[in-house]
Design a protein around this ligand. Sequence first.
Ligand code: FES
Length: 676
Amino acid sequence: MDGDALVIFTPSGKRGRFARGTPVLTAARQLGVDLDSVCGGRGICSKCQVTPGFGAFPKHGVTVAPDALSEWNAVEQRYKDKRGMIEGRRLGCQAKIMGDVVIDVPPESQLHRQVVRKAASARAVAMDPATRLFYVEVAEPDMHEPSGDLERLATALREQWQIDAVEAGPAVLRKLQPVLRKGEWAVTVALFRDHRGGTARILDLWPGLYEGALAGLAIDLGSTTIAAHLCDLRDGRVLASGGIMNPQIRFGEDLMSRVSYAMMNPGGAAEMTDAVRLSINALAQSVAAEAGIDPAAVMETVVVCNPVMHHLFLGIDPVELGQAPFALATSSSLSLPARDVGLTALNPEARLYTLPCIAGHVGADAAAVALSEAPHLSDDLVLIVDVGTNAEILLGNKTRVLACSSPTGPAFEGAQISSGQRAAPGAIERLEIDPVTKEPRFRVIGCEVWSDDPRFAEAVAGTGVTGICGSGIIEAVAEMRMAGIVDAAGLIGSPEQTGTARCEPEGRTHSYLIHDGSAQGGPRITVTQGDIRAIQLAKSALYAGARLLMDEMGVDAVDRVVLAGAFGAHISAKHAMVLGMIPDCPLDKVTSAGNAAGTGARLALCNIGARAGIEAQVRQIHKVETAIEPRFQEHFVNASALPHAIDPFPNLAKIVTLPQVTHNTGGEGGGRRRRR
Ligand code: FES
């Protein structure tokens, strides 16, 4: 046969003509086809596996002959004998093009395979990590041409991988010589390339072809909990996840009390810094152990957190964040050695990346949510609410994105609630109240059976009924409102007003009894007037923040709402709207995004383009400072009513009719002034 052969790669559709005898890997590289290789075509890494197609391909206008590729060779056979290979696969670096051919690149051979697919936005994010492995064969030292081992390694990387220059720290230099000799001058290096440019850095190296773990840690450092996802830096898989309480809680439940602790106690900030670093090291070790890998295989970590956590983690005194104008020491992203911030449990050369902060009160966690949910790509106007001790709120679409944070306090997490507890087995998470009998039925975490089922007592024998978690208290208060037990001002009625003895007098107010386990030595679980007030404060802060952003955007309604955060995944849209936590919108337009901040951290870990992207995007986000915005107080007071004093909730009205009752007996007033 004469002339060049036509090669078509799928799924990319890239095609080109190549001289017969060209290796498939070479053709792929020339066409920019995403085909992986760690060994540089030496037939030892198997990353370049492809599946050739034979026969007629009318769609592509080619017929592929059985001999379109060179014959199966000894290198491929050796690999197959040693490691096994799926039938029909070839090594792209060994198989040569001998005729027109269609070649499929399976997902696991794609260097930039997808790491996270966001169903809501149909957005796919591909692997493009900052740290990658390169196998090289290094020239042996020669007395007649003296040069250092590192310099010859750098030459090999330049010649074999077109990497201009590299640098290495003392930890790598210490192992360089024994590793090169052990590997008989063939080594695999883990190379970190900063997305902002600069010299590539060798983080670690191993003799021969390294096939062990290469991992990164995405950390969502919250005020209350620290969550970590250990990810494979080659394919983005989550290898293990773990969580731990933020030990700084002992210095103050919320952010401002931690800032006060730093202000009032000399050395207090350093104490909190040490505590959080210690915990992150312990968490890194525990997730690595769970995944069965050495923590030294963790080459990178990405941390997302609010500004106070950000400063305390980095060892910066957060005192300026406690007072206007809430100046950050730096709002930029940071890329530095992880050991510089005391993360010593990882590889000694491991890198840390922190996302940029949006403003003094809107942190890298909000930036991570923006990265995950991409409001700037949304056609419709989306409100994204990340509910935690502090709520991060984003509002935007393709034209503009606004952000603020609002101090909701820990009530939504079950804290500061009389029967509140963290989400754990035994906690009430779902609740319904019969509007006629006013009798409740509920379900606890760890048990599928409702409390009015005869099997309930037996089903909860192991856990008991211990309290109410965050989603449970939201459902409880909303159900109380729907059943007329609570009025629009948030007052619990008397037994006479509500028609149920479950409303019990408590001083000058009333509380509603959900469950009485006292006969069995368990707790009496009630919702008190104080609990309702705590929820009102939290939800008013949340709503007022959202409303401020809507003012700034010049709108009275949003098209959809995304509830982010672990908590957002569990709350019911209907109940959240009955309470007026979120602005009115069609219920089917309220979705949950799970831990969006954690997802954003993972994206930044697995894709350097995502780092550059969020850095650029954050500069475009307009920040609204709730603490100094005069209308915040007005919005806050109006939002105290359930669901709201003046804003209409037309979509809610289509599905729920809220009773027009008033329980004010002169004892307890309406909306209490809020503390900040
Ligand atoms: S590129 Fe490594 S086996 Fe082909």
